[in-house]
Design a protein around this ligand. Structure first.
Ligand SMILES: Cc1cc2nc3c(=O)[nH]c(=O)nc-3n(C[C@H](O)[C@H](O)[C@H](O)COP(=O)(O)OP(=O)(O)OC[C@H]3O[C@@H](n4cnc5c(N)ncnc54)[C@H](O)[C@@H]3O)c2cc1C
Length: 423
């Protein structure tokens, strides 16, 4: 699903480059093979790379590649988004972010004078190697799609964004839906920011656009956490929280991720996500909260399963968000979402739930919200009230001691959000 989006984006980039007498060619192999290939075939070349914050698998391999070409100053690394590498000063972070967002965008490259075909795999050849079974319900890749989404959002769809973003029904069209494009780089945060600023004075939806601008900032603020502390891929931000959930239950996890919890709203959200490769923030938070609090499962096991379902998967947002919704950061107040309350708030008449789970047709909405379906639906895998109480007691008991508070303070100094200052 994610690879399909990437291939479509690559294809469009290739077509655009062809107009400039250039093209995309694909090298297949790992970083040390690529290093060897460049050394043998292009010993004088410069290497231009976009920096991305990633999981340790790519990070470690890339780090050796970078070191090798750094030695003779052949590698130029461009920072993606507003994420800062090297020594980060959290107190000046917001200032630097604002400064970067206001910097001029790069011009479109000039056409190549000479043909640049170097004999690697063309995009078409590369694409044909993979069987495409992409569902039409998944978002499509390519910069043109990103611009269409941004324009329609600024001009029209942002009306009511701040309110509608909480509902899985409204959010589908009211949110920008730019996330996979930002994750795969078909549009940059800086370009979105600058188009937003240019349009803002003419908009009738200023408060909605303010909420949107805040989220562009959060995007980089979250990724910065993984960049600053790559260990977060495996360890809780507050290390004492790693001992909280030691036992795993594979059967419970399997039922959760396939939408068979017995709670119709929860199951509908998972099924919707599986069908569309996307769901809104509030429901992502509820899905994660259910796994970590109600099922009491270690986030390290559930997080990758959820990541696989998002077209927009971005480890720098996903992992810190998963940790936040699991109550293991030490610096955010734990929030246990009530599935029954969300079900009532977001789909009072149960129409959306019934559309996704047609077997519930004819059943009373109240019984659907409370998951009191007495044999008319699959049994609940956990009691919501009891499990929420168990989780609340455990989490708050862990947070009580002085040692917890001392560590939480150092987590705040490393990762905590400060008041925003403009450049
Ligand atoms: C458990 C969990 C996992 C998540 N995993 C991802 C992920 O893998 N990739 C991802 O892009 N987002 C993730 N999010 C954040 C958020 O849900 C999505 O960014 C958002 O739903 C994408 O839809 P949109 O582009 O229409 O968002 P909009 O509301 O239109 O927001 C615009 C952009 O702002 C950024 N943004 C919005 N909300 C947040 C947030 N809370 N934190 C950080 N950045 C934000 C995103 O880049 C988004 O594309 C996760 C949230 C949770 C709770």
């Amino acid at each position: 699903m994610q690879f399909g989006f990437f291939l479509e984006s690559l294809e469009e980039l290739d077509m655009s480059l062809k107009k400039l007498n250039s093209s995309v060619e694909v090298f297949e192999g790992n970083f040390s093979e690529l290093r060897k290939y460049i050394d043998e075939n292009y010993p004088q070349s410069k290497i231009h790379v976009n920096h991305t914050t990633d999981t340790s698998y790519f990070r470690n391999n890339f780090s050796d590649f970078k070191k090798h070409f750094d030695l003779n100053e052949r590698i130029l690394i461009y920072s993606d988004f507003g994420v800062q590498t090297g020594d980060v000063n959290r107190d000046k972070w917001a200032f630097e972010w604002n400064k970067l967002m206001k910097k001029n965008l790069l011009d479109i490259p000039k056409p190549n004078i000479k043909s640049s075909h170097i004999g690697l795999t063309t995009v078409l050849e590369f694409k044909n190697k993979f069987k495409s079974d992409k569902k039409t319900t998944f978002q499509s890749g390519g910069s043109s799609k990103a611009y269409e989404l941004l324009n329609s959002f600024l001009m029209d769809r942002s009306h009511g964004y701040s309110r509608n973003m909480s509902s899985p029904i409204e959010a589908e069209t009211s949110c920008s839906r730019l996330s996979p494009h930002i994750s795969f780089g078909t549009i940059s945060i800086r370009e979105i920011y600058q188009k937003l600023e240019a349009f803002y004075p003419f908009s009738n939806n200023k408060s909605d656009l303010n909420s949107f601008r805040k989220r562009l900032y959060w995007h980089c603020h979250f990724i910065q956490k993984l960049e600053t502390e790559p260990e977060l891929e495996y360890c809780s931000m507050h290390r004492m929280c790693d001992n909280l959930r030691e036992k795993e239950n594979k059967e419970l996890i399997e039922k959760w991720i396939t939408g068979q919890t017995g709670y119709p709203f929860m199951d509908a959200c998972i099924k919707y996500l599986r069908e569309n490769g996307w769901i809104n923030f509030r429901m992502r938070a509820m899905i994660m909260s259910f796994a970590s609090y109600n099922l009491w499962q270690p986030w390290q096991l559930t997080s990758p399963l959820l990541a696989e379902l998002f077209v927009d998967y971005e480890p720098g947002i996903h992992i810190p968000q998963v940790q936040m919704q699991s109550g293991v950061t030490g610096i955010n107040l734990p929030r246990i979402y009530s599935v029954t309350k969300q079900s009532r708030d977001q789909d009072a008449d149960g129409i959306w739930i019934k559309k996704i789970i047609p077997s519930l047709e004819g059943l009373d909405p109240d019984e659907i919200h409370d998951a009191n379906l007495n044999g008319s639906y699959i049994p609940k895998i956990v009691d919501h009230k009891e499990s929420s109480k168990f989780a609340r007691d455990k989490i708050w008991a862990a947070r009580k001691g002085q040692e917890f508070k001392t560590i939480a303070r150092s987590v705040y100094l490393k990762h905590g959000s400060r008041k925003r200052r403009s450049a």
